[in-house]
Structure formats: structure tokens, C-alpha cells
Design a protein around this ligand. Structure first.
Ligand code: NAP
Length: 255
């Protein structure tokens, strides 16, 4: 995106009080954007925002539980009143459904024995929450000359990779919750991209890689900064950038 704009770009990152979202917030702030750190726990959001401000960023916390429609709408109103528009939305908030475990230990996701309530909870955050947040802020994104939406997905979302019996994910346990929720997020990405193509809003899904965070009990081998980099790249695409794509740091990921 051009640096020669009248206003700072305004970015909203959901689930940005820690992990990859926090890393994305830090990098977008370092690029000169005003960054809104969405957090379902306001205190944790304020702490993250304060620490990012301490390193020079224009960063503000915003209460945002993506599963609470009233809170989502209040957050959108707050952004409108304070900034009047939004340039970047990063739908990062997500849960595994199994708590803080490495994917190899998520036995409770195995399809034949999964708890349906857990599946619903995962979809509520990882899929329905994305629709809720995106639709609430879409009027504000439409006011941006170059809006970008990035949905934080996963390699585990890839039906091409996970259905390959000789593929890289054969070691992972089958999952009826997390992986299908991210496949659904990928599908949503394509349909939002198709709807918003005419408006110049670029919508892409990103696989950050296996990143060292609470969500996998710190078994990931990439740093948060490394995982955040591809998210930031898709959040700052030029006008000729792709839409309806699925990308990792090393290039497109097969759907
Ligand atoms: P994390 O450290 O556990 O961070 C997840 C963030 O999402 C936290 O800020 C969490 O808030 C927030 N969150 C959860 N439910 C929420 C809700 N209902 N409303 C608002 N915020 C909510 O995990 P992470 O690894 O950084 O994950 C970030 C994203 O990357 C997720 O979408 C995840 O699926 C994806 N991802 C991660 C990896 C990896 O290797 N780490 C790989 C592929 C994809 P609290 O602090 O309040 O819990």
C-alpha cells in the first residue's frame, strides 16, 4: 500500500492480545498503521496495546469477543466513531477446541468420538465469528481506498494436503473440529473475495506455519514474528495483489 496517504491506515486484528495476532499488530504498527488490538479480555488487550505503544506504535485495545454479536457491533461502532473507517481487517482469533495441546495430542477431535458441543464451539469462533466481525466492519472497510481482509487459516485446512495418504499431514490425528473449521474459513474467504472483488477489497487466507504459541502448547518451531510475516504481507497488498487466494510464507497453498 502507498505510504503517501493523508491518514494513517487503520487496522483491526482480532485475538491480538497474544500469539500470532499480537505479532501481526506489532508489525503493522511498525509499518506506521494505527492498530486496534482486539481482545475478548479487555485487560489483556490493554496490556498488549500498552507494551506495543512503548515500542513506538500507535496501538489501541478494543473489546472484541468474536462470538458475542452485541460486543462485535459495539466494537464496529467504536471504530466508526473514533476513526471513521477501516483499511485492514485481520481475522486472527481462533481456538483449537482441545485447549493448549500439540496437534498430535488432540485425541478429542477424532471424528468418530468427537463431542458435538466442542465442534460447535470451534465453529462459533473460527467460522461464525469471522462472518460476524467482517460484516460488522464491512461498511467501514468500504470507506477505505484499498481495503484488505486476511483470514488466518492453517495448512490443516487444505483438503488437498490432508487427503493425500502420502502427504505431509499423515502424522496428524484426524479432526472433526479444528481442521474442518479452517476449511470452512477458506471457503468463506473465496466467497467474500468474489463478492468484494468489484469493490477492490482483496480477501485472502493465510497459513502462518507451525508457530510457537499457547495454542499448540509451544511445540511450534516458528517464532511469532515469522508466522506473522505472511499475514502482514497479505494485509498490505498493492492494488494488483491477489484475491481469493490461500498463501503461506513460501507461496500458494493448495486448497
Ligand atoms: P493463541 O496464542 O492461543 O492466540 C489466540 C488468540 O485468539 C488469543 O488472543 C485469544 O484470546 C483469541 N481468541 C480466542 N477466542 C476468541 C474469541 N471468541 N474472541 C476474540 N478473541 C478470541 O493462538 P495462535 O497460535 O496465535 O493462533 C492465532 C491464529 O492462528 C488462530 O486462528 C489459529 O488457528 C491460527 N494458526 C495458528 C498456528 C500455530 O502454529 N500457532 C498454525 C496455523 C494457524 P485469549 O487470550 O482471550 O484466549
Amino acid at each position: 500500500m502507498s505510504e503517501h496517504t493523508e491518514h494513517r491506515h487503520v487496522a483491526l486484528v482480532t485475538g491480538a492480545n497474544k500469539g500470532i495476532g499480537r505479532g501481526v499488530a506489532e508489525q503493522l504498527a511498525a509499518l506506521g498503521m494505527t492498530v486496534l488490538v482486539g481482545a475478548r479480555d479487555v485487560r489483556r488487550g490493554e496490556e498488549a496495546a500498552a507494551s506495543l505503544r512503548a515500542s513506538g506504535g500507535d496501538v489501541h485495545a478494543i473489546a472484541l469477543d468474536v462470538t458475542d454479536l452485541a460486543v462485535v457491533r459495539a466494537a464496529a461502532r467504536h471504530v466508526e466513531e473514533r476513526f471513521g473507517r477501516l483499511d485492514v481487517l485481520v481475522n486472527n482469533a481462533g481456538i483449537t477446541g482441545s485447549g493448549q495441546v500439540s496437534p498430535q495430542d488432540a485425541h478429542d477431535q477424532v471424528p468418530s468420538t468427537v463431542d458435538l458441543g466442542m465442534v460447535r464451539e470451534v465453529f462459533e469462533t473460527n467460522v461464525f465469528g469471522v462472518i460476524a466481525v467482517t460484516n460488522a466492519v464491512l461498511p467501514l472497510l468500504r470507506r477505505s481506498p484499498a481495503a484488505r481482509i486476511v483470514n488466518v487459516s492453517s495448512h490443516a485446512a487444505s483438503l488437498a494436503l490432508t487427503s493425500d495418504p502420502d502427504g505431509p499431514f499423515t502424522a496428524l490425528l484426524p479432526s472433526a473440529a479444528y481442521s474442518p473449521s479452517k476449511s470452512a474459513l477458506n471457503a468463506l474467504t473465496v466467497h467474500y473475495a468474489n463478492e468484494l472483488r468489484e469493490d477492490g477489497i482483496l480477501v485472502n487466507a493465510v497459513a502462518p506455519g507451525f508457530v510457537d504459541t499457547d495454542s499448540n502448547n509451544h511445540t511450534g518451531f516458528l517464532t511469532v514474528a515469522q508466522g506473522a510475516a505472511v499475514v502482514v504481507r497479505l494485509a498490505t497488498l498493492g492494488a494488483d495483489g491477489p484475491t481469493a487466494g490461500f498463501f503461506a510464507e513460501d507461496g500458494p497453498v493448495p486448497w
